[in-house]
Design a protein around this ligand. Structure first.
Ligand code: ZN
Length: 143
């Protein structure tokens, strides 16, 4: 795959997730484990809820408002995390964070989220991309 195609693929996948985010549902008081995260540099605000059963993430959903990168990243994150154990998801979060810092990681492990590697070129967007991942990290710290 050429770099040009990768750029196109990146744009398409991000726009698709931003327009039709996966696991986008209201976060209400019924969600026992939830967190709100705000990215002041861009204005992204997300609420993220997670349900863990027997050390495994069985549900993860979010609502909120944000730029295409923040919403797409959250959508991709929920896709990857549901079904993972807490330690697996913490490892994936470390990898995603390292990727946004320009480090070389096992890109296949993080699925579509690897398409967000392009944010390393736009330092102000790194916070948009990592917002939801940090939110999940904070939530899982309670388990
Ligand atoms: Zn943003």
């Amino acid at each position: 795959m050429t770099l040009h195609n990768l750029d196109n693929l990146y744009r398409q996948a991000v726009m698709e997730h931003a327009k039709y985010p996966h696991h986008h549902a209201p976060v209400t008081e019924k969600d026992k484990h939830q967190i709100q995260k705000f990215n002041p540099t861009c204005g992204d605000m997300i609420s993220l809820a997670v349900t863990v059963d027997d050390d495994r993430i069985i549900d993860c959903h979010f609502d909120g408002d944000g730029c295409a990168i923040a919403i797409a990243s959250c959508s991709m994150m929920t896709d990857i995390m549901i079904g993972k154990t807490i330690s697996q998801s913490q490892e994936l979060m470390r990898m995603f964070s390292a990727m946004t810092m320009g480090e070389n990681i096992n890109f296949d492990a993080i699925g579509e989220a690897q398409l967000l590697a392009g944010v390393t070129k736009f330092p102000t967007r790194i916070k948009c991309a990592t917002l939801s991942w940090h939110a999940l990290d904070d939530l899982l710290a309670h388990y």
